[in-house]
Structure formats: C-alpha cells, structure tokens
Design a protein. Structure first.
Ligand code: ZN
Ligand code: ZN
Length: 273
C-alpha cells in the first residue's frame, strides 16, 4: 500500500507563507492499495488537489474511488464540492460514513453542504454516479482491503479507521481527545502494531491544558499512544491552524526524542509500505 497526504491541516485552511512547508489544506489522505484501488479518507480542501491529480492520471478513463469520512466537521468535507472528478459522467464514487446503518447520514451531510444557499450546484445534479454507504462500527471489506472502523471521542462524534492489506496496516485516527476510556481503548485497537499510525497531534502539551473539550490531542499523547500500541511509524497529523512550520518543526523534534520513527504529515508526502 501507499499513502499520500493531500491535506494535513486541522480546523481551517491556512494558506500563508509561513505554512508552505507542511501545507495549509485541510484533512485528506489517499491510499492506493497493492492492486491500485483508490481509498480516500476525508474530503477537506486537500481533496481538490487529489482531484486534479486523478484527472491527469486517468485522462478521461473512468475513475472509481471509495471515499470515507471520519466525521462531518467542515474541515473534513469542505473540499468535496471542488473535487473535479465529481463533474465527469464516467466516474463513480462510493461515500462511506460509520454512524447508523441506513440513516443516510453521509448523503444528507454532503447534500446539505451543497444545498441552497451554500453552493451554486446541487449535489443531485452532479453528473458522476454515486453510492452512499452508512456503516456501523466493526470490520468490513472494501476494494481488497480489510477495514476496521471504531468511534472516537470528539464533539459530535468521529470515527477512526484501520486499513489492512497483505499484512500491512495503516491506522487513521484524527480528531480525537484522550481521557475517555472507551475511546482510548478504540484508538489502541485501531493503532495496534500499525506500520503507519496517522494521528491527531494538534496541540503542544501546554496548549492542551486550555483546550479541553475541543476534541483534539497533543503530540505527546499521540506518541505515547503509538508507543503503547507498538506502531512502527507515527505521523503527526491535523496541524493546528495557529502553528506555523517552525512550530511543527519544534514539535517534531520533541516527539523524536520519544520514538525513533516520527514524521509530521506534509502535503504531497508519499509513504510506501
Ligand atoms: Zn478536524
Ligand atoms: Zn472535528
């Protein structure tokens, strides 16, 4: 498998000079399986860049992709209307969210975001074909991967994903606040022995103290969880909108004193397993 980061920023896009190394687009990662199936996790503003890349790669041939959402906070969906492959009739997308089965949560959230008066184009008029799948927590198979989905502690809820193929594991746990027993246990389950653990590391430990209830973690909690779960590589993700490149560099330096293989998610970064 290969994972590519298209959006790594938390909460709101931050396109400014001081952030250009790690990037200012909000959450979106792409996983290519060993059979070149496309799995996308979250549709923050980074998904616009992924769309451009896919159009270039497929050159008019049909694109099929599976698009999963951790939750529907704006920073995880706001790029979807600008994902240009949606506007091509030959393409097919399946959207997934784990809430309540047959509750139409994913369809309603995406259609609601594009409804009058928020967006000029109604989702029902998009020319591509689409499916909406409401999952419940547990394990399922998509595109020759096994995917475990479990809820995480976050305002209005959030879900983490563990993607397994050919003995390799990618864990995606963003937007999670530690300190709630069932959620901490789910994070450890999702992260267990992962080759790549992509994890919410929005705050410094000092900042965390004044951000209880915002639904995020410190880099230190991210690393401690990764160590406890035996993760091989830890990727600090969902960078705070008020952190510039230099701040993230400092957090990364501190994190590397605790674990030998830590990186900070960066737009355009590719990690192969
Ligand atoms: Zn977020
Ligand atoms: Zn959130």
């Amino acid at each position: 498998m290969r994972v590519r980061f298209w959006g790594v920023r938390g909460s709101t896009p931050t396109p400014q000079r001081e952030n250009m190394n790690y990037g200012g687009n909000t959450s979106c990662i792409e996983i290519r399986t060993d059979t070149n199936q496309i799995l996308v996790f979250d549709g923050g503003t980074g998904i616009r860049l992924l769309g451009n890349k896919l159009l270039e790669e497929f050159r008019g041939e049909p694109i099929r992709a599976h698009i999963f959402f951790s939750h529907f906070h704006l920073d995880h969906i706001q790029g979807v209307p600008f994902f240009r492959p949606l506007y091509c009739p030959q393409n097919h997308f399946t959207f997934y969210f784990a809430g309540r089965r047959e509750a139409n949560l994913v369809m309603d959230a995406l259609a609601g975001m594009m409804a009058n008066p928020y967006f000029p184009m109604d989702m029902s008029n998009l020319p591509c074909s689409r499916e909406y799948v409401d999952l419940v927590e547990g394990t399922f198979t998509v595109a020759d991967t096994r995917i475990l989905v479990l809820p995480l502690s976050h305002p209005q809820g959030c879900f983490g994903y563990r993607i397994t193929q050919n003995g390799k594991v990618i864990s995606y746990c963003t937007d999670v606040e530690h300190g709630v027993h069932w959620s901490d246990r789910n994070v450890r389950t999702l992260a267990k022995d992962a080759d790549v653990f992509i994890v919410d590391a929005q705050y410094t430990p000092e900042e965390l103290a004044s951000h209880r209830g915002w639904g995020h973690s410190s880099w230190q909690q991210a690393i401690e969880t990764g160590i406890e779960a035996g993760c091989k590589r830890i990727v600090l993700f969902h960078h705070d909108p008020y952190h510039e490149d230099a701040d993230i560099d400092r957090m990364l330096e501190d994190a590397r004193t605790l674990h030998p293989d830590v990186i900070a998610a960066q737009e355009g970064l590719d990690v192969s397993l």
